[in-house]
Every structure is written in structure tokens, then in C-alpha cells.
Write a protein that binds this ligand. Structure first.
Ligand code: ADP
Ligand code: MG
Length: 682
């Protein structure tokens, strides 16, 4: 029986009155409810004596009641106060609106309570704790309680009861969604067992077995669906590019040796080039890992093979930097390269467009200006988008439409955790530059309170006095360029009058014209300015090796991924670099502490994912992926890898999923991708 077809109104625990609240959570069928996983568990096993408690801690305590009193505060508000103690101290319990307790709580009685404690003078207090049935600890399931995401009209108790009912139904009617072979091979428990234990775990191990199985199942179907798409894409013919030697010659001209990771990724690209099929490859590499050089080599190979290539960057500053950095090398090979950005004069733009159309210009580097219809190519073989998370998929496809199935290379400094990149970019092949160039000294990061702000800028002044440069970044205040600009102007004025009065401070914000911005940026790059105060326009890609300090004002307003990107603007040269996160709101300190601990962007994004939840990464609107339940499961990279392997093995034999033994799998994939844009392609 298909439990996804059985309405939850069949369950005794779901009254008609509550139906709509469940539906609000996306739960219509018994199947939906079974796959509605807890967002966390309440662990009541933290048994403590009162003297061992600390402020704000959540714990279980067994106490003896000394005195119970009740009073009506307002018409609808009754308050019960209980004074209690154990051998080590006193605990006050306060219950709001639980009048019925007055009859069950008596002086002299021993009770076990669970809740969050607050330290008061001479005693601890718990507000609305839960009271345990037995004082003897109970078994695992009694002490490990599922907590579901709720909506108004539902309580944990109601959802727990409904889930328990659903599990009873499942016992009789549930099927298995993974074949015996796969379960054996990957050591996965049965579906029913997994569902029982994800909701009401009987032990730690049972819970992790359940999570493993359910994560695997979901990833497996996701990988199958995406893998199928990818196989279909593979069949698109693309230009054959085989002149690799030029990449080696290019590498020989560089002032530094390529890292092993750069070489490996370049090889992966070359390997795609020679297949005669269109390449769709994502290159992930942390800030400063040297993605530009990899892009440059791909462009050269393309040009040498008689095709044109385009590199699109999200900002004009970045496009210019790429252009100016690469042109001298390309010139040495006699390969023509031009810049195309909106701020150029009409005549200049037209000249570039004409050259691209005739094929006279081989390579072009630019911004969004490249996607306009007026830009045509004679023979486009390669499209590269830098910092791809800044572009929509649309921009990318508008570029590729300008050629006949050109190869696509997408570069990102990955705000996306490694574990998720595989999933989100399942239709792309992924290369990872997982190594920074040698000799980089890790950036030292410090979170500063408001009263340490002076010290921070004194430190900045000291660095400047040694001939180094500094960035000061001011946050987005609102979705308004004007207000952001104002804030940056204010900070610049303040610094110029106070801590940094002896230094030249440039200002960069979104309200400035493109050529003004470029002018300021260039002056900073060439050392005319010692300090650059800016809004987040510097976030992406800009390279100033002489900058050794980055101060981020109101750091609490940034996400970790942005902070990491910003910080990546320093530490690009041989000198020790520093990053200060100035906080106006101390509450953010905890969230930002990871920045002090690591400079590894992957670790930071994993941390972000864990703490902020994967909603952002899995937002169906953003990535066009089917929504999944994975959000509530923690799973390891290993599980992702195994699920991918299992899916690939099946697709290898039956890419279309049409063999009879794969019928159930095909249905599973379809179900997952149902009501979704991908479905038309499956
Ligand atoms: P990102 O991956 O963030 O785009 P870039 O391509 O801008 O990084 O490279 C950052 C800096 O490192 C640049 O100054 C670049 O010239 C330099 N670089 C690139 N590859 C190497 C290498 N193998 N060894 C030393 N420096 C390198
Ligand atoms: Mg870059």
C-alpha cells in the first residue's frame, strides 16, 4: 500500500480540527508524516546535582519538594512556585498556567525535572520544566525526546502522538525502497526500523543507523535523477580542443610553479576538451587558490585550437584585473585579448564586437556586458564564468547560446560546502583546487568589541607605517546603495580625522560611477592610497598583495561565507596578514568565533551549514533542485560518496532506468523530482 496516498485523517491522533495545521507543514499523507523528521532531540540524560549546574544549562535534576504555592497574577495567568532542594543546593521551579499541577505536587515528594536553569543569588531557577514520570532515570527513549518543527496550533505532544500512530500503520503496510543488494552492500538498516528510530530512537547507535539509511536513501534517489540528467548532457557534441602544449609553455613563463591542485584541475579540463563532447565543469577553490591561472590555460588551449573563449566576471573591477593580469602573457603568445565592460566608450565596444564577430579577436574578458545580443562570436569554443554564485544560471546559458555547444567552465570560491556541491551541482562535473600556493601565511583573525575599536585602528596605523595597506569594509545597512554609501563616507571621515589622520584614505561605494570606482581601486592597487574604505563591492576576487589588514565593521551583519570572502582580500602576498571583525552586537560573537579558528573556507561553510541549516543551500528556487528532507539529517561526506557510487553503478547498466528490475527505482526518482521543473527532462 502506498502510504503517500493515505490521508493523515485516517490516523486517530489527527483530529479534523488539526488537519490544516499539519497541512501547513506540508504533511498531507501518512507517508509525509513518516518522513517529517525531528529537527533535534531533547537529551534528558544530563543528570546533575544542583551544585554542578551552570547558568543557562539544560539539565535533569532530581529534587525534594519543600513548599508549593500558587497565585493568580491576572485573569488568565496562574503561577505556581515550588521551592525544592537536593543535598547540594536549592532549586526554584516556576510553572505558568499549569493549575492542574497543584494537586500533584506535594511537599516532601521527590520529582525529576528537566529544563533550562538560570542562576539566581543563592539558588537556581527553572521555568516551565518538564516533569519526568520516574525518578529512576528511565530508558533511552524516555530520555531522548524528538523535537519537531512546529506551526501555530500544534504542540510537540500532538505531533509525537500522530507520528507514533503513523508508525503503527507503517508496521503493517510499509514497503522497502532500497533493494536487498544495496542494503547489504552499504550496511543499511530496513526502512521501518530506520523510521522508528529516527522518530523514537532506542539508543545512540540505532539513531545513527537510522540517519545513515535515510540520508543514503534520499541522496541515492537524488543522485540517480541528477546522474540521469548528466548522462543525457554528456551526449551533446562539443568542440574538440587538443593543443595542450601551450598550457605548459604558459606555466613556464609564470614567476611561480603551479600547485599540484592547479595542475590536476587543468588536466581534468584537458581531458574533457579532447572527448568531443561539451564540457560542463565546476572548479571550486578557496579564495586565493589560483583559479585565474587555470582559466587562463583553458583559454589559451582554446585559442590555439582555433576557437574563441570568453571569461565573464561579476564586477568591472575584477574583469579589469583579470584582463590586465593576463594580457601580457597572452601577448607573448601572439593571442589577441580584449576587454568588454559597459563603461567603455561606444566606439571601443563596437570595435571589440566587430573583432569578435570576424574572429580577429580570440579572447575576451568582461562583465555582464558580454551577454547582450550585440555581442556575437565567429567560433566560440569556451565560456568561463568567474565567481559563479553571483550569476544566475540564465546569464551562463545566454553566453553559451552564442556558440555551438561551447565548453563551460564555472569557477567559484565556494560558499557551498563540499558535501553539498556534489548534490547542488550534480549536473556538473566538479574539480576542486584544494591546495593554496606555497608560502602563504595564514591570516590571523580577531574579533573585537566596541571598546577595542581604538586598539584595532592603532594596530592598523602601525601596519601602514611599515608601508603596508589596509581595507576597511562597512556593511550593508539596508537594501539601499545610498545608505550604505553614507555609512562608508562617515567611517572614512572619522578615520581620517582620528586614528589614521596621517594616511591617504580612498573611498569606494556602490553609488559611485564605474570609472570613479575603477580610478579609486587603481589608486589603491598602485599604492596612492594606504587605506581603502568601502562597502562590500570589494568582496569578489580583487587582488592587492600589499594589503595586510582587513577591518570589517559591524561584522555581525555578515554571513560567514561573506566574511570569509572578504578576508580573502588580504594574505595574498608574502607578509603576515590580519583580519579584525569589529562587533557592535556581542550576541554574534559565538557565531563568528569559527573565523578565529580556521581559514579553511570549506570548514567554515560546513559549520555555517550545520548552524544555520541548509535551507539556503537547498532552497529549490535557488538551485532548481527538488526539496528534500536532508535538512534534518546530519550525514557525512562518506554517505554522499557511497550514494553516488550506488547510483552510478545502476546508471551504468541502465542509463534510462527502463529495465524491469529498476522499475521501482525509476518510480522513486520520479516521485522525488515530481512537481518540479526537472521532471520534464527526466
Ligand atoms: P582565486 O582562486 O581566489 O581567484 P587568484 O587566481 O586571484 O585566486 O590567485 C591569487 C593570487 O595567487 C594571485 O596573485 C596569483 O597570481 C597567485 N597565484 C596563483 N597561482 C599561484 C601559484 N601556483 N603560486 C603562487 N602564487 C600563485
Ligand atoms: Mg578569483
Amino acid at each position: 500500500m502506498d502510504l503517500f496516498q493515505m490521508p493523515i485523517s485516517n490516523l486517530s491522533g489527527v483530529s479534523n480540527a488539526r488537519l490544516m495545521y499539519f497541512q501547513k507543514l506540508g504533511i498531507f499523507s501518512v507517508g509525509d508524516l513518516l518522513y517529517f523528521f525531528p529537527k533535534s532531540y531533547e537529551n534528558r540524560m544530563n543528570q546533575k546535582y544542583i551544585a554542578e549546574l551552570s547558568d543557562e544549562e539544560t539539565a535533569t535534576v532530581t529534587v525534594r519538594i519543600l513548599e508549593v504555592s500558587s497565585r493568580r497574577v491576572r485573569q488568565n495567568l496562574t503561577l505556581i512556585s515550588v521551592m525544592a532542594e537536593d543535598e547540594t543546593g536549592s532549586l526554584k521551579l516556576t510553572f505558568f498556567n499549569q493549575k492542574y499541577l497543584i494537586n500533584s505536587l506535594k511537599a516532601g515528594q521527590e520529582i525529576t525535572v528537566f529544563g533550562k536553569v538560570s542562576r539566581r543569588i543563592g539558588y537556581f531557577e527553572m521555568t516551565n520544566p518538564s516533569i519526568q514520570k520516574s525518578t529512576k532515570g528511565g530508558n533511552f527513549s524516555e530520555n531522548y525526546i524528538p523535537k519537531y518543527p512546529l506551526t501555530k496550533g500544534l504542540t510537540q505532544g500532538v505531533v509525537q502522538k500522530a507520528v507514533a500512530d503513523a508508525l503503527t500503520v507503517a508496521k503493517e503496510h510499509i514497503g522497502e525502497t532500497l533493494s536487498m543488494d544495496i542494503r547489504k552492500k552499504y550496511h543499511l538498516c530496513e526502512l521501518l526500523y530506520a523510521l522508528q528510530n529516527i522518530h523514537f530512537p532506542t539508543g545512540e547507535q540505532e539513531l545513527s543507523a537510522a540517519k545513515k539509511r535515510l540520508a543514503f536513501e534520499e541522496l541515492f534517489y537524488l543522485m540517480l535523477g541528477l546522474g540521469k540528467l548528466k548522462l543525457q548532457q554528456k551526449k551533446v557534441a562539443g568542440p574538440k580542443l587538443v593543443n595542450y602544449k601551450i598550457a605548459e609553455e604558459f606555466a613556464d613563463k609564470l614567476p611561480f610553479p603551479l600547485t599540484d591542485a592547479q595542475k590536476r584541475v587543468t588536466r581534468e579540463i584537458c581531458n574533457d576538451f579532447k572527448q568531443g563532447y561539451q564540457m560542463n565543469r565546476l572548479v571550486q577553490g578557496d579564495v586565493g587558490s589560483g583559479k585565474t591561472m587555470v582559466a587562463a590555460m583553458a583559454m589559451l588551449i582554446c585559442a590555439k585550437s582555433g576557437y574563441q573563449a570568453v571569461l565573464m566576471a561579476p564586477t568591472e573591477i575584477l574583469a579589469r584585473q583579470h584582463y590586465e593580469g593576463l594580457k601580457p602573457y597572452f601577448d607573448e603568445f601572439g593571442i589577441s585579448v580584449e576587454l568588454l565592460v559597459s563603461s567603455m566608450k561606444k566606439k571601443e565596444k563596437t570595435a571589440v564586437q566587430t573583432g569578435l564577430q570576424s574572429g580577429e579577436i580570440s579572447l575576451v574578458i568582461g562583465t555582464h556586458a558580454l551577454i547582450y545580443d550585440t555581442v556575437e562570436f565567429q567560433k566560440l569554443g569556451l565560456v568561463i564564468t568567474d565567481e559563479q554564485h553571483r550569476f544566475g544560471v540564465k546569464a551562463r546559458s545566454r553566453l553559451t547560446e552564442k556558440g555551438e555547444n561551447p565548453h563551460c567552465l564555472v569557477m567559484t570560491a565556494t560558499p557551498i560546502p563540499r558535501t553539498l556541491a556534489l548534490i547542488i551541482y550534480g549536473d556538473l562535473d566538479v574539480s576542486v583546487i584544494d591546495e593554496l600556493p606555497k608560502g602563504r601565511i595564514p591570516i590571523k583573525t580577531k574579533i573585537a568589541n566596541e571598546n577595542q575599536r581604538g586598539l584595532v585602528y592603532e594596530f592598523v596605523a602601525k601596519e601602514l607605517s611599515q608601508g603596508n595597506q589596509a581595507f576597511v569594509v562597512c556593511p550593508l545597512i539596508e537594501e539601499s546603495d545610498a545608505l550604505d554609501a553614507e555609512n562608508a563616507i562617515r567611517v572614512q571621515e572619522e578615520l581620517q580625522k582620528t586614528y589614521l589622520k596621517d594616511y591617504r584614505i580612498g573611498l569606494l561605494h556602490g553609488k559611485m560611477k564605474a570609472d570613479e570606482k575603477d580610478d579609486v581601486m587603481n589608486r589603491f592597487v598602485t599604492g596612492d592610497y594606504d587605506v581603502l574604505v568601502s562597502t562590500t563591492v570589494v568582496e569578489v576576487g580583487v587582488n592587492v598583495p600589499n594589503a595586510t589588514v582587513m577591518v570589517i565593521e559591524n561584522a555581525e551583519r555578515f554571513g560567514l561565507a561573506s566574511l570569509h570572502q572578504l578576508r580573502g582580500r588580504v594574505g595574498r602576498g608574502q607578509k603576515k596578514s590580519y583580519c579584525f571583525l569589529n562587533l557592535a552586537d556581542q550576541k554574534a560573537r559565538k557565531r563568528l568565533e569559527i573565523m578565529e579558528k580556521t581559514t579553511d573556507g570549506f570548514q567554515i561553510s560546513e559549520f555555517d551549514l550545520k548552524h544555520r541549516g541548509p535551507g539556503e543551500f537547498f532552497g529549490t528556487r535557488q538551485h532548481g533542485l527538488p526539496s528534500t528532507k536532508l535538512s534534518n539529517l546530519t550525514y557525512s561526506m562518506e554517505t554522499v560518496r557511497l550514494a553516488k557510487e550506488a547510483a552510478e553503478a545502476i546508471l551504468l547498466e541502465d542509463a534510462e532506468l527502463i529495465l524491469p528490475q529498476n522499475k521501482q527505482i525509476a518510480q522513486g526518482v520520479k516521485k522525488m523530482f515530481d512537481r518540479h521543473s526537472y521532471v520534464s527532462q527526466l
